[in-house]
Write a protein that binds this ligand. Sequence first.
Ligand SMILES: Nc1nc2c(c(=O)[nH]1)N[C@H]1C(S)=C(S)[C@@H](COP(=O)(O)O)O[C@H]1N2
Ligand SMILES: [Mo]
Length: 212
Amino acid sequence: MASRDPEKRVERLLKASPRRERSQEEKERVPPGQYIVRKMPVLTYGETPVIELSRWRLKVWGLVENPFELTWEEFRSLPRKKIKTDIHCVTRWSILDTEWEGVPFSVIVEKARPLPEAKAVMEHAYGGYTTNMLLEELLDDDVLLADTFNGEPLPIEHGGPMRLVVPKLYFWKSAKWLNGLEFIDKNIPGFWERYGYHMHGDPWREERFGMG
Ligand SMILES: Nc1nc2c(c(=O)[nH]1)N[C@H]1C(S)=C(S)[C@@H](COP(=O)(O)O)O[C@H]1N2
Ligand SMILES: [Mo]
């Protein structure tokens, strides 16, 4: 019920505004310089690629003992897992408690068997997007090749049929429409990193821009 009391209305507006005082829980969960949104925005550079499942492939190559390629059916038959996590975009929005389901990165790594020289991984996506990170970051047990978001098939604008989700880094590190994982010997910049985004991208250290 709408209140006529102006004080109360201001109070409500402040509550809805990103600049309001943060609760203790938010301070613990929301990294510096971020604000909470409820609905996940769509952030895509360029066109949204449309991929028929019959043509979809995930290619794993580079410094691995066992390079391989998966069809959609093969991908879907791998072991799966669910995670619940907060996500943080470098443009300052964060969303709490998103739910993802898919294949853990560890399953891909076990199958690929990286060579000792493999230090980094370039994520490749349909449409040409790339983003880089150290292999050791991908080994965390919450890194997922996700095809399900909040219990539904991942919508195409959010990276469907499948995207990477790396919860502990800014969300640009989570390539939508993932179609390749290239194991390499050094950490070289991907698409946004070449424009000055951070090589690492830890939201708690505000690694937004710069080499790191
Ligand atoms: N292929 C691809 N992946 C991408 C992007 C993109 O433009 N293309 N944008 C990144 C950025 S900056 C963010 S914040 C998230 C946004 O995901 P969403 O559109 O599902 O919110 O995807 C990341 N992955
Ligand atoms: Mo982003």
